[in-house]
Write a protein that binds this ligand. Structure first.
Ligand SMILES: [Zn+2]
Ligand SMILES: [Zn+2]
Length: 320
């Protein structure tokens, strides 16, 4: 039965479509790690979208850590992406040495300051934004593949939900559920084919939202010092959290404590590492420091060495 998972989701807490979406996301990301890390098509899409979106990338990281206890798949995917971006940045810096860029900016400023024709020439002959070519190289040329695939499946589920509302038993199950969040309510309304379905969707939404709005108002009112002695109902105390869920969809499931711990450790390690990437030999690391060399495939840049040296500096201290 097509709607079996929907009927099941109606019995769970929160927006049923958000629940289904989270399950589909989890399954897809698990399969990606299990059998598609080295798949050419998957890798091509991930390269074209410059990684997954923020939400799915962190889901992927957490799923691998929780299921496999390491980051081999994520490491393979992101090492590949990172080396491409390193290549892009290195190529840009090699092709655009600082003096030329500074000269071009000064010339453009002079042209733009004097007269319409010169302004036009300045815009026409010199790039309007100095970052255009680099931006183009760093741009994602397609959206997150998981968003795209799961988004399509969610759309099918919402379509089934709307179609099945004509079935009294299905409608009763839906009416007893926690109702749709606003983003999914909008999708359901857009897919409704008759006014009856629109009315059912609106009615269920109103029945869920009106008490929530009243609870949130009470919560705010009772925070006031003059009303502090009034009894506070438990549902009022959490109404503000559920209001966020209604307007933005359900929050993602909590991960194991290890996942948060590893993320905190990674953040702290690389915060320290960034501080260590300072220039040696008084800021001219790559020209004056004989013990230094760039990691394979990276070219040095005068601008970068002045701005803060490079990662290799930490592991290979300047002998001078
Ligand atoms: Zn939802
Ligand atoms: Zn995504």
């Amino acid at each position: 039965m097509f709607t079996l998972d929907l009927r099941q989701a109606f019995r769970e807490a929160g927006c049923p479509i958000c629940r289904l979406r989270a399950k589909m996301d989890g399954r897809h990301l698990y399969n990606l790690l299990y059998e598609n890390v080295t798949d050419g098509t998957t890798r091509m899409h991930i390269a074209r979208s410059k990684g997954l979106c923020q939400e799915h990338a962190w889901e992927l990281q957490a799923i691998e850590q929780e299921h496999w206890g390491n980051g081999l798949g994520v490491g393979i995917i992101y090492e590949d992406l990172a080396s491409h971006v390193v290549g892009t940045l290195s190529a840009y810096l090699a092709a655009n040495p600082e003096p030329r860029a500074a000269r071009q900016a000064r010339l453009r400023e002079r042209l733009e300051r004097s007269g319409f024709i010169r302004q036009w020439l300045g815009r026409r002959l010199l790039r309007p934004s100095p970052a255009d070519s680099l931006l183009e190289s760093l741009a994602a040329v397609e959206p997150c593949r998981v968003c795209e695939l799961i988004g399509g499946l969610v759309e099918i589920k919402v379509g089934w939900l709307v179609e099945e509302l004509a079935d009294p038993e299905f409608l009763a199950l839906y009416a007893a559920s926690d109702g749709l969040c606003l983003p999914h309510l909008r999708r359901a309304l857009a897919l409704a084919r008759d006014e009856e379905a629109v009315r059912w969707l609106a009615e269920v939404a109103l029945n869920r939202l009106a008490p929530l709005a009243a609870d949130a108002a009470e919560y705010v009112r009772k925070i006031d010092w003059s009303n502090r002695h009034e009894p506070k109902h438990p549902w009022e105390q959490v109404s503000w959290v559920r209001a966020v869920a209604f307007f933005s969809g359900e929050a993602r499931a909590e991960r194991k404590a290890d996942v948060y711990e590893l993320r905190r450790t990674a953040l702290a390690e690389y915060h320290t590492r960034s501080k260590d990437m300072r220039p040696s030999c008084e800021g001219v690391y790559d020209t004056h420091c004989p013990g230094a060399s760039w990691p394979d495939g990276m070219e040095s840049s005068g601008a970068l060495s002045r701005a803060g040296g490079r990662a290799a500096g930490r592991d290979r201290p300047c002998p001078g």
